[in-house]
Design a protein around this ligand. Structure first.
Ligand SMILES: Cc1cc2nc3c(=O)[nH]c(=O)nc-3n(C[C@H](O)[C@H](O)[C@H](O)COP(=O)(O)OP(=O)(O)OC[C@H]3O[C@@H](n4cnc5c(N)ncnc54)[C@H](O)[C@@H]3O)c2cc1C
Length: 425
């Protein structure tokens, strides 16, 4: 078994990073080479401005290269609770932003000719318990009526043609998609550099200063100056320069295993409809087939951050048990990959984007950012370029998490709380 992301292992390496010393003066400096940062850099470079991406590791090293591979449209929250929490107008705007995100990615892939197995597969939100189906049905009615007619409610008996596991029904979101995340992120970086963006890898930003209206970003390999800065570091935000974000982003480990390629007969018995699937438990699972027919099966597993093979291995064992529970027919299947990554949660699980303390930012996707990060990255790029503001999150309050200064000490307690809820609800 490889303790490595399947997406990293099966994508080409990005070859366009600059080997020159990290220096120069730019219109915009983007910190972070994931979907958010690279989509912004592509947009800024396309507009003819000078943009630099400073990435601490390599392009796609963070969540963008480690996720479940789902490009789900619509909100991760129930639409009904989003309306109650955000107001109807913003809930609809955010739902549509997620829809638009999948369209945006589809357009970029076509424009740039990125070979990444993009497919409108549809998403199933699966009811793990009978009472969860009632909640899914209520939410479906509101979604279908008010914001997304491309949805359907499937009963347990409809589901027999969809999945080889006895769930209690599901909501199908037909516009949802899937793709190879590793190939897409490398394609996005290649497109950004084609338009003139400079991308430095292994260039972690260690300090940020502002003098005479210019930002100075010192990295482990040199210093750049820029008129504008976009912070696109998600769950991997670190250091004292960006403590505003560290007090608001809760970095939570999420883990994934990938089986060996399944046979035609195994696919027919488990995932015949080949969609993205998410279960309804608070500590649930998400899964899909890879382009080469592996079952990519993820979940929170443990409330720890990924750190080393031993730790990821423990999470992998928990996930294997979860996989066997959902698909007993695959209980003995070989697991070829096991990896983990950090999810940039916010307290209310809504993302945030805007301008604070002199810098632009987009983050806090809370496990639902594989699509929104590209879209918001481009929206923030347009805002930096002085184009009309399309930010669906503008003005959304973002208080600091009390007692949180970067290390989420409270996660085991939160985990216990949700496990208890899952037992009784
Ligand atoms: C296991 C897992 C499964 C997921 N599954 C899904 C899914 O199926 N569908 C979905 O929609 N979302 C999913 N997500 C979330 C999604 O992957 C993220 O929301 C999205 O990739 C965020 O992209 P980003 O560019 O903002 O951040 P990232 O991709 O995390 O990029 C941030 C980058 O910033 C760099 N960085 C950090 N600090 C510095 C510094 N000081 N200097 C320079 N660079 C720095 C990091 O090295 C990193 O590469 C999942 C996430 C995880 C971890």
């Amino acid at each position: 078994m490889k303790f490595e992301s399947y997406w990293h292992d099966t994508a080409p390496r990005f070859t366009g990073a600059s080997a020159s010393p990290v220096e120069g003066d730019y219109d915009v400096a983007v910190i972070g080479g994931g979907f958010t940062g690279l989509a912004a850099a592509r947009q800024i470079a396309k507009a003819g401005a000078r943009v630099v991406v400073l990435e601490a590791n390599r392009v796609g090293w963070g969540a963008s290269g480690r996720n479940g591979g789902h490009l789900n449209n619509g909100l991760a929250h129930s639409f009904i609770s989003a309306k109650a929490e955000l107001g109807t107008e913003r809930a609809i705007a955010l739902y549509r932003a997620l829809d638009d995100s999948v369209d945006t990615i589809e357009k970029i892939i076509a424009e740039e000719g990125i070979d990444c197995n993009f497919r409108r597969a549809g998403k199933l939100k699966l009811a793990s318990k009978p009472q969860h189906f009632d909640a899914i049905a209520r939410n479906f009615e509101a979604v279908h009526r008010e914001v997304d007619p491309d949805t359907a409610l499937l009963t347990a008996s409809d589901l027999k043609a969809e999945i080889g596991s006895p769930f209690h029904g599901a909501m199908l979101s037909k516009k949802s998609a899937m793709m190879h995340m590793g190939r897409y992120v490398v394609g996005l970086a290649t497109a950004a550099s084609k338009y003139g963006a400079t991308i430095f890898e292994n260039a972690a930003v260690t300090s940020h200063q502002v003098a005479g209206g210019k930002h100075r970003l010192t990295t482990t390999r040199g210093t750049v100056s820029a008129d504008h800065v976009l912070v696109a570091t998600g769950a991997y935000t670190s250091g004292s320069s960006f403590s505003y974000f560290r007090r608001r982003i809760i970095s939570v480990g999420s883990f994934i295993i990938a089986t060996r390629p399944l046979t035609e007969a195994e696919i027919a018995a488990t995932m015949p409809s080949n969609r993205t699937c998410v279960t309804s438990l608070n500590i649930g699972n998400y899964f899909r087939l890879s382009p080469d027919n592996r079952l990519i099966f993820g979940g929170r597993a443990r409330f720890s951050a990924t750190s080393d093979q031993r730790s990821d291995g423990k999470s992998g064992a928990i996930l294997r048990a979860g996989l066997a529970e959902i698909f007993p027919q695959l209980a003995k299947v070989e697991i070829d990959y096991c990896w983990g990554g950090l999810v940039d949660m916010t307290k209310d699980r809504y993302p945030r984007a805007g301008f604070v303390d002199g810098v632009w930012y987009a983050m806090g996707y809370s496990g639902h950012g594989a699509q929104l990060s590209t879209h918001l990255g481009m929206i923030m790029a347009d805002a930096i370029l002085g184009k009309p503001d399309r930010n669906p999150l503008k003005g959304l309050d973002w208080p600091a998490v009390p007692g949180h200064f970067g290390k989420p000490w409270f996660l085991p307690l939160v985990g216990l709380y949700y496990k208890t809820l899952d037992r009784f609800q």
